[in-house]
Design a protein. Structure first.
Length: 227
């Protein structure tokens, strides 16, 4: 919860600063990437918070209670609190045992087993149906690679965990965004450079005209003296 609040505060502050700079100075091209990175961090925290909420809601179904008979025959130590487990314990899918209170508190900081680093909930990708074969109650259908698969014909939509294809596409989008920002910065720099050169030329021309007027005034004065 603290990490979510920190990410939200960071994102909101960056957005306010972005619009403040845009209203008082110029369009802040250099702030596009930090704001997008802060948004991704905030979005990741929201997903993690929702996942933790769902897991805590189904805590009893996901992690069964260890029978007292099994605990009596073992000298098990809870790796989280470093104390013996004598009662009120839960077992993870990886067969490791922890106190119920310790396991609940562990959800706030991590999503895997503190001993073997396996996820609390195994992530299984549903098998893709063959082309033209049965894909569920709706009949034949096609499911595409990673990400959110296309729903079978007449069947429910199936959500698949993001894979290598999504990561590669995300990296390409970030590179494209960085290239666009770089081009915009270069255009803005060239525009300012042209404005400075034009202003310098106008100042030089004005200075030259001033000298010409002084020379003409001196020539008229000399002619008047000679006459």
């Amino acid at each position: 919860m603290l990490e979510l609040a920190t990410a939200a505060a960071d994102f909101i502050s960056r957005v306010f600063y972005f619009f403040w700079v845009m209203n008082n100075f110029t369009f802040p091209f250099h702030l596009i990437y930090p704001v997008s990175r802060s948004y991704r961090s905030f979005y990741t925290c929201i997903n993690a918070y929702n996942r933790n909420t769902l897991m805590l809601r189904d805590f009893d179904n996901l992690f069964p209670v260890v029978p007292q008979e099994e605990l009596d025959g073992k000298d098990t130590i809870c790796i989280i609190c470093r104390s013996p487990i004598t009662s009120n314990a839960r077992k993870l899918p990886c067969e490791h045992i922890f106190h119920t209170a310790c396991l609940r508190s562990c959800f706030q900081s991590r999503q895997d087993c503190p001993i073997c680093s396996q996820p609390f909930v195994p992530r299984q990708r549903p098998a893709a149906a063959p082309l033209g074969g049965p894909a569920g109650p709706g009949g034949p259908g096609i499911r595409f690679g990673f990400g959110v698969g296309a729903p079978p014909l007449g069947g429910p939509r199936v959500q698949v965990l993001p894979g290598l294809g999504d990561l590669r596409q995300r990296n390409q989008e970030q590179l494209l965004l960085a290239q666009q920002v770089r081009e915009l910065r270069q255009r803005d720099f060239m525009r300012r450079l042209q404005q400075q050169q034009q202003l310098r030329q106008e100042q030089q021309q004005e200075h030259q005209n001033h000298h010409d007027h002084q020379d003409q005034a001196e020539d008229h004065q000399d002619q008047h003296v000679e006459a």
